[in-house]
Design a protein around this ligand. Structure first.
Ligand code: S3P
Length: 442
């Protein structure tokens, strides 16, 4: 489907036009709940004893896939918008599913469920959409098999559909070749059900929401440098989870405000967990005017209100330990870099190739169509600023974060931009265009 956005014309209601010279953002907004934390709240609530309530849940397609999978595993879950109630009956309360578990577009659902089901004494098959069928599952299958799970799939368990028969796990000491929270979390969820201790060491620390939320459910998890350890056979106690606004969604409007003239916005209750806030560090180092105010905690997760206004940006190099701390924000960071002075080299980001699309190629091809100057490399990209973007026809390629980044890019294009395949944005941000419109209108 083709969509033309009209941002500053009263006669067109559907989001974007492209009058870059006068488009700016104003006002206050709370973006929807964090996707990673929402998934984990459903998963841990489902294996806890008792009633877990969740507020601020993200009702995006990915997290709904997680709810549907747990319903198929026999868990009663009520969901209305951002409020969820989960009637957990403990790990032993999960039942062998009578149908295939459909993870949709969600890599997190697929990988974390594989870890969890590795400890359950039954058979399950996990299946998803075309994008999921291309995403590597051997990164979790290899360690989970070492723990004793039976896992198979296309190409010897590398690609979905994946079948798992779990049970009788033993703890392992695993050194992961990638800094991936999905790998770490899958192993921890299996480790929770294993004999003895399970430890995972990563090359650098990935998002730690699983560790933090396990603590909220009364489970003891230890961290030592880049290693996390969990004792098997612990039980979870139901709790209330208040989900912070998703910094990965906020990032689109942060960059929109930075790269347009005379913009000033406030984004409320944004999760600023240090394993996720690399985008703030990178933009501030580039000269962004971002103030982090009213810091507080939602359960074990830090949140704050972000005050953001138009800024003159200068490019820097992005590499090393910051990469896992901003991996999902690289598409929108690349757009910011096209509007900054100098050159940005992004290195050590080969993980981008195995996201919902190959995001190195997707960012470069789509932004270059609008007039950017981006060279894709083997482990990242080189972005030459400052480009005058012209506009034109672009495609999300079915990747929600590419779609939202391109919608923001249209703000600084000289001519109209049309975005194809925009509906995938529902995966992580169902009301994205409405919220975008609200900030533009004020
Ligand atoms: C996620 C972890 C990240 C991230 C993904 C969500 C999670 O993937 O890109 O959007 O919720 O654990 P990796 O852990 O595979 O890098």
């Amino acid at each position: 489907m083709k969509l033309t956005f009209w941002i500053d014309r009263e006669d067109r209601t559907l989001a974007i036009t492209i009058h870059p010279s006068n488009a700016n953002l104003h006002g206050e907004l709370k973006v929807p709940g964090d996707k990673s934390i929402s998934h984990r709240a459903v998963m841990l609530g489902s294996i806890a004893d008792g009633k877990t309530t969740v507020s601020g849940f993200l009702p995006g397609e990915d997290c709904i896939s997680t709810i549907q999978c747990f319903r198929a595993l026999g868990v009663k879950i009520e969901q209305q918008n951002d409020q969820v109630t989960i009637y957990g009956k403990g790990l032993d309360g999960l039942k062998e599913p009578e149908t295939v578990l459909n993870v949709g577009n969600s890599g997190t659902t697929n990988r974390l469920l594989l870890g969890l089901l590795s400890g359950r004494p039954f058979h399950a098959i996990l299946l998803g959409d075309e994008s999921i069928a291309k995403r590597p599952m051997d990164r979790v299958a290899i360690p989970l098999r070492k723990m004793g799970a039976h896992i198979d799939g296309r190409e010897n368990g590398k690609y979905p559909p994946i079948a798992v028969r779990g049970g009788n796990l033993k703890g392992i000491d695993y050194e992961s070749p990638v800094a991936s929270a999905q790998v770490k979390s899958a192993i921890l969820l299996a480790g929770l059900q294993a004999e003895g201790t399970t430890s995972v060491t990563e090359p650098s620390v990935s998002r730690d929401h699983t560790e933090r939320m396990l603590k909220s459910f009364g489970v003891n998890v230890r961290r030592n440098g880049t290693t996390v350890s969990i004792e098997g056979k612990q039980t979870l106690k139901a709790t209330h989870i208040n989900v912070p606004a998703d910094i990965s969604s906020a990032a689109f409007f942060i960059v929109a405000a930075l790269i347009t003239k005379n913009s000033s916005i406030i984004l409320k209750d944004v999760g600023i967990n240090p394993t996720r806030s690399g985008i703030l560090d990178a933009l501030i180092a580039m000269g962004a005017n971002i103030q982090i105010k009213n810091k507080r905690m939602f359960n074990d997760e830090p949140v704050a209100d972000l005050h953001v206004s138009s800024s003159e940006l200068k490019n820097i190099e992005i590499k090393g330990d910051i990469i896992p701390r901003l991996i999902d924000e690289i598409p929108i960071l690349a757009l910011a870099a096209t509007q900054a002075e100098g050159t940005m080299a992004i290195k050590n980001a080969e993980e981008l190739k195995v996201k919902e699309t190959n995001r190195i190629d997707a960012v470069a091809t789509q932004l270059n169509r609008l007039g950017a100057n981006i060279e894709p490399t083997d482990d990242g990209m080189i972005i030459h600023g400052k480009s005058n973007l012209k506009g034109g026809a672009v495609d999300s390629l079915g990747d929600h974060r590419i779609g939202m980044m391109l919608a923001v890019a249209s703000l600084v294009c000289e001519n109209e931009t049309t975005l194809e395949n925009e509906s995938c944005i529902n995966i992580s941000y169902p009301n994205f265009f409405e919220d975008f419109q609200k900030l533009i209108k004020k």
